[in-house]
Design a protein around this ligand. Sequence first.
Ligand code: UDP
Length: 464
Amino acid sequence: MFGTRTGCAHVLLCPFPTSGHIIPMLDMASLLLSRGLKLTVLVTPTLLHLLDPVISRHASSGSVQPLVLPLPSVHRTSNLPWPLEDMYALCDLAGPITDWFRSHPSPPVAIISDFFLGWTHRLATDLGVPRLVLESSGAFGELIFTSMLRDLPKADDPHDDESFVHFPKLPNSPKCPWWQLPHLYRLLNVEDPDWEFFRNSWLCNSQSWGAIVNSFDELEGPSLNQMKKEMGHDRVWAVGPLLPSDGDRTAPSKRGGTSSVPVHELISWLDCKPDGSVVYVCFGSTWTLTDEQVGSLAGALDSSGVDFVWVVKKDDVVSIPDGFDERTKGRGFMINGWAPQVQILSHRAVGAFVTHCGWNSFLEGIAASVLMLSWPLGADQFTNTMMLVDQLGAGVKFCNLGNRAVPDSAELARLLAESVNEKGWAEERARVRKLRKSAVEAVKGGSSAKNLNALVKKLNELVA
Ligand code: UDP
């Protein structure tokens, strides 16, 4: 239990309990701890192990504690689209958190919570402390989501999925085909109570006292300014890219989960490959291709002749054609389950990354300066791809069909072969190298480091 120390804030962190959300929250926790803050991290029993590396690194100071509360069950008969079920369930933690808070000798002075936990804004208000939202997506993604849910934009032609939805209030007035908008917006009926719940929950984010964004000023300056404008204050801090701290790098396979393969085997395999010659293929923590798409991608990896590391999920395996392993022996390394992604991306042998363009993967690709080949599937991944390819010119569209159709295997093979040929996409490679330089400078004493210091100062000012 923490003692009171003037000028050293105790903050409650509430991540959303899935990998893509808990990973950046814990990376941020490491940064806050390194600047002297005391943290309590809300965690469900099944995810407690993810906190172990952070807790063990700070064991001597005891400055981080878990608040372990079971995920309440939801009694619903209908199938709710992700992440609504967990969003509903987590609301029931407001009571136990309040009890914990009220009985704590030195309760938190602020709550930092994921953008899917809008209800914590009201909880914080009831407890008399400010709430800061951690944007698990970037500023551009946040603006698109908020515009959708606030302004309810329609497609130019409501009968045509390909027709565009416009965002005229955002920097550069982006537009996006209807079918590429996040599924929750397209699928939920506006009169549906689930829709109302999701909308209200999301809109609480812009009413929050502050926002912490996993991004950096040099990457998203205009969008971050727009966020400040929309929130009506300047308490928006871009502190990214959030990556494992140097301490975590000694055990990077533990970040977000335990690697499904012996890490030394994988690294030895990569060590034998020439610089920039390997394509790393991974679609994040939860997203999957259709069986036919897995078949097409397998065919492409086979016929392209490239060296590759492919992270497959359990169900993908059945769709991989017979004989694939033998045909790609020596040049293919399959990982069935969890991969140490940041460690793989930062290996000198990896030159290209086939990615679904989840926001963490997007930033990790930049930080490793690899050529990203984007195959977005849902959520914010299409708008992240728009940013990567159309706005920054720092990546390539690998497949722009989502889960709707099967791409031509020969075309994928051509793109794969070109991605590890230094002559292909020279401009994109140069731009991603430049972005990496800005990202490194931002966190090593530049804009993100300064924003982080400003954030910590503000949090410490909240201590009575
Ligand atoms: N990740 C990983 N190993 C895997 C799959 C994912 O380390 O096998 C990590 C990845 O590095 C990233 C996060 O999980 O930090 C996935 O977040 P992202 O936003 O890219 O995608 P999501 O899973 O949320 O769709």
